[in-house]
Design a protein around this ligand. Structure first.
Ligand code: ATP
Length: 535
């Protein structure tokens, strides 16, 4: 993981936000290569899910044909949206405070191991925020310090093999908190709302308080009727949206995996209640296939169905697509996307008032005065089937993906090291980002072999032509072998080289990043050749 993080910074994929001021935790900037990669991922999603969807035929394995449209909603919405959606009351994590260090941690994210010191018959739980690769060393270091042991006495303590998060312990009494010197300094876990609060207007009292959206989904629900009335879509249909979301995560960590500002790519798919289970299964499988098609290996991806007790309050079924990120312990996976069957919770809550998730069938949650705790919009969000004349509230299946976690997974998957010959034919280790051509920030690089004999002129002309069709890079500086290496690290799938032969027969060499295979193509055919390869 350290190598990936360092390559990301060195080559301009990702920078820490506000780095010159020491950075700000949980915020990341995309550099010149990163911005292209992320745009390509979002565009691939938008094309494959929305704009490229053919509503006239049922896609493979779909229960039938369906329509897809897009939306782009605001980040700040009416505060009532978050009351009716459940985020105002329920969108929280558990946190613990350390009485000694005054630091705050997310209860389910502090990890550690049991350490036993037999001479003193004492067993303590040593926690740390260290990465998984350095966790064991860090636990040992902290335990030795706690028991005041010297290095030569290292074998006097035994450390359990299992790494646990502190929410799995019966109590925190024996816990050495990540930044504490004494045991038992953590408070009981408390709830902490993850929404960023902000105030509208200059006078701004409590009534003007609103929130930065923690998900893009609600913008889709509140526009359900607008879309229905303006675009004449018929059930089943989906509405997609890509945009920023904000969560005040207590312990942002693991590079961009848990950020406080991130982008989501969400679909709300509306269907008849009787059909919702088949559509749920369809979307689950379709979304999984999307990741493998773009290059995530199926060994590193899993589909995890949630257990009953894990399901969100509204959900009839949820599955997560998870990836074996290298910063996680062996056998653990991190969520890339959640596919949730949300039933009619959202549309009914925005229509009638926030529903009480504990009731079956769900009823509007009542406040102390016996009226709806959070009033709905009162708008009719039902759907009338033109053929059967049936009127009902559609059920919703929601595939909700994170663009930043997607980028991170593709970066981790792409990173590889192999051996390739340098200019003198000597084998050298090379770092190569094996990104799918659709995702690669730069599709091709154009080089004149040397900076003379008319080669740069030809190369510049090819570059100009290619630029009209794709993102290309021109480089005439330094040894050609070094130029290839730089492009391998950037994930550029093809390099086009103008050499002595080009002057005679008007052909160039194209080199494949992964196989290192080279072939000659007529200059006039370079655009067509590369266009067909980067699809
Ligand atoms: P987690 O359990 O990891 O906090 P979640 O289940 O709360 O995630 P959802 O609410 O289902 O996540 O959000 C949908 C997607 O948005 C996630 O699958 C993930 O890709 C992305 N996402 C959620 N929170 C973050 C975050 N803090 N940073 C980056 N991406 C995020």
């Amino acid at each position: 993981m350290d190598q990936i993080v360092s390559l990301c910074k060195r080559r301009g994929f990702l920078f820490q936000s506000s780095e010159i001021y020491g950075g700000i935790q949980g915020f990341w900037d995309y550099g010149p290569l990163g911005v292209e990669l992320k745009r390509n991922l979002k565009e691939a999603w938008w094309h494959d899910m929305i704009s490229g969807h053919n509503e006239l035929v049922a896609p493979a394995n779909a229960p039938g044909p369906f329509e897809m449209v897009g939306l782009d909603c605001t980040i700040i919405m009416h505060p009532q949206v978050w009351k009716c959606s459940g985020h105002y009351d329920l969108f929280h994590d558990h946190m613990v405070d350390c009485r000694e260090s005054k630091k705050r941690y997310r209860f389910d994210q502090v990890r550690g191991r049991w350490v036993e010191y037999a001479d003193r018959s004492q067993k303590i739980f040593v926690s740390t925020l260290a990465d998984i690769e350095t966790e064991l060393d860090e636990v040992r270091r902290r335990a030795m310090k706690f028991f005041r042991l010297r290095n030569k006495d290292a074998d006097k303590i035994s450390i359990s093999n299992e790494s646990l998060t502190i929410d799995r312990l019966d109590s925190t009494k024996e816990v050495l908190a990540p930044d504490a010197k004494n045991l038992d300094t953590l408070t009981e876990p408390r709830e902490f709302n993850l929404m960023f609060k902000t105030t509208l207007g200059a006078l701004g009292g409590e009534n003007d308080a609103t929130f930065l959206r923690p998900e893009t989904a609600q913008g889709i629900f509140v526009n359900f009727k607008n879309v229905l009335d303006s675009s004449r879509v018929k059930l089943p249909f989906g509405i997609g949206q890509v945009g920023k979301s904000f969560r005040n995560e207590i312990t942002p960590r693991n590079f961009t995996f848990r950020s406080r500002e991130f982008e989501q790519m969400e679909i709300e798919f509306f269907c008849h209640p009787d059909q919702s289970q088949v559509w749920y299964k369809y979307w689950r499988d379709r979304r999984m296939a999307w990741y493998t098609k773009l290059g995530l290996s199926s060994e590193s991806l899993i589909m995890r169905e949630h257990h009953q007790e894990e399901l969100a309050h509204y959900s009839v079924g949820t599955a997560d697509i998870e990836y074996a990120f290298p910063f996680l312990p062996e056998g653990e996976y991190g969520e890339l996307e959640g596919i949730a069957h949300r039933g009619d919770f959202d549309l009914r809550s925005h229509m009638e008032g926030k529903l009480n998730p504990a009731t079956r069938p769900m009823e509007v949650e009542l406040g102390e005065n016996g009226k709806a705790k959070y009033r709905g919009s009162g708008r009719d969000l039902t759907y009338r089937d033109e053929v059967t004349n049936e009127k009902f509230v559609p059920h919703v299946v929601e595939p909700s993906a994170g663009a930043d976690r997607g980028v991170l997974a593709f970066l981790c998957e792409a990173y590889s090291e192999d051996k390739a010959p340098d200019e003198k034919g000597k084998m050298q280790t090379r770092t190569v980002m094996k990104l799918h051509p659709r995702l690669a920030p730069i599709k091709a690089a154009v080089f004149p072999l040397v900076k003379k004999d008319g080669m740069p002129e030809i190369a510049r002309e090819i570059y100009g032509e290619l630029k009209k069709h794709m993102n290309v890079f021109y480089d005439e500086k330094g040894a050609v072998g070094r130029r290839y290496r730089r492009q391998d690290e950037a994930g550029t799938p093809y390099c086009v080289t103008v050499d002595t032969e080009s002057l005679n027969d008007k052909t160039v060499t194209i080199r494949d990043r992964d196989t290192l295979e080279q072939w000659r193509v007529k200059i006039d055919d370079v655009v067509t050749d590369l266009t067909s390869r980067i699809q």
